[in-house]
Design a protein around this ligand. Structure first.
Ligand code: IMP
Ligand code: MG
Length: 185
């Protein structure tokens, strides 16, 4: 375990099993639309999750990438597009994939942005969901784990762009989190 991690919340094996089950759920819920599936991972946090998830799904699928950056503190977590959608999603059954649903700003932003591109449908899949902060209007269709409101890293999730490569998900030590304005994510 990395020194900056206070404790492991989800082990590599726990994640592996849940991601496989989630893939099965998505395939079952996509009967009839499996030829038109496009996954839209939100970079960078979702890449490890996405890579494991799609390899558990024996269906025809495409990817369209979108890269966002979310500034906290002074800009109150407003998402900004770093790179726009890599592929057209018109007429496609889209599944947005993100690492974590916290306030819901990021997913609301991407969902609304995609809605303008005329997809056949839009659903949301997140590995983690924190309680309470997202608006009721933002529904996640597929959720890996509901977790407590603690800052977690690993398996794609970062702090200050670090720790994405940890194979598990762990709670970051409080002393590693700057007390003042948080850096860009
Ligand atoms: P939201 O827009 O507040 O829902 O936050 C979503 C984004 O914030 C995610 O894509 C993450 O990049 C980041 N985030 C929120 N909570 C955590 C956490 O506990 N660890 C790492 N990143 C987080
Ligand atoms: Mg992040």
């Amino acid at each position: 375990m990395h020194d900056d991690v206070a404790r492991i919340l989800l082990s590599r094996e726990t994640i592996r099993q849940r991601v496989a089950a989630l893939a099965t759920e998505i395939v079952a819920a996509s009967a009839g639309r499996s030829d038109g599936l496009t996954f839209v991972p939100i970079l960078s946090g979702s890449i490890v999750f996405l890579a494991d998830l799609i390899r558990e799904m024996p269906v025809h699928m495409r990817l369209a990438l979108v890269h966002l950056s979310t500034y906290r503190g002074t800009q109150a977590g407003q998402p900004r597009i770093v790179a726009d959608l890599s592929h057209d999603v018109r007429g496609r059954h889209v599944i947005i994939v993100d690492d974590i649903l916290d306030t819901g700003r990021t997913l609301t932003f991407v969902r609304d942005m995609l809605a303008q591109r005329e997809p056949a449908s839009v659903r949301i899949c997140v590995l983690l969901r924190k309680p309470g902060k997202a608006p009721a209007s933002l529904h996640a269709d597929f959720v890996g784990f509901d977790i407590a409101d603690e800052f977690v890293v690993g398996y794609g999730l970062d702090y200050n762009d670090l720790y994405r490569n940890l194979p598990h998900i762990g709670v970051l030590r409080a002393e590693c989190i700057a007390a003042a304005v948080q850096p860009p994510r």
